[in-house]
Design a protein. Structure first.
Length: 201
């Protein structure tokens, strides 16, 4: 039984690597067909760039018209979960990690710039006489509303919410909740202005 399961996993990994390496329209078609079978859900008209890395595919739900560029990562292993809404786009090298009981929820019409990182679980660091790598993880949730723009090189940590219509400036580190329609930036990210104020000006 274990041998058969292991062979099945290896065969699937070979198929995934082959689909991810194919160029052009053939590659897009192959990846769509592969991930339709292996993700928990994949909506219509999705475009998946090459070299997508997926862990815990059975815990990942993706809505309609999803697009991601090359070298993105979606990880929801060890009882994690990722739920992505409709019309969400990822640029290159976007990294989502909701492993070890974490959860990432992304609303509709969200844009994520290149090299953005969202990780829900933190290492436990309480004991100074035990290596941190041996102290386990604390799971959390990242919740991103709809109509959000997360620019390049942003980091979003677990336990945070980004409200509807918010903008997170390039290079920001989100360590606390972002209000709806806020423009935030910096390390840690702080409110720069409100989009509603800009519209009134």
């Amino acid at each position: 039984m274990r041998l058969a399961a292991g062979i099945g996993r290896e065969f699937r990994a070979v198929l995934e690597a082959f689909a991810n390496a194919l160029p052009g329209g053939v590659g897009y078609l192959a990846r769509r067909r592969f991930y339709l079978r292996h993700l928990k859900a994949l909506g219509a008209d999705s475009i998946i760039g090459g070299h997508l890395l997926v862990h815990g595919a059975e815990h990942i739900e993706v809505g309609d018209r999803f697009s991601c560029w090359r070298h993105c990562t979606l990880a929801a292993c060890d009882d994690g979960a990722i739920v992505i809404g409709d019309r969400v786009s990822f640029n290159a090298n976007v990294y989502l990690n909701a492993c070890r009981g974490g959860r990432i929820e992304i609303g509709d019409d969200v844009m994520v710039g290149p090299n953005a990182v969202m990780r829900t679980s933190d290492h436990v660091t309480a004991a100074v006489d035990v290596p941190m790598r041996s102290q386990g993880h604390t799971p959390a949730t990242i919740a991103i509303g709809s109509d959000v723009w997360i620019a390049a090189n942003v980091t979003v940590v677990g336990g945070t919410r980004i409200g509807n219509g918010a903008v997170v400036a390039a290079g920001a580190v989100v360590t606390a909740d972002v209000p709806p329609h806020a423009i935030v930036g910096g390390v840690p990210a702080r409110v720069i202005k409100m989009r509603t104020d800009v519209l009134k000006a």
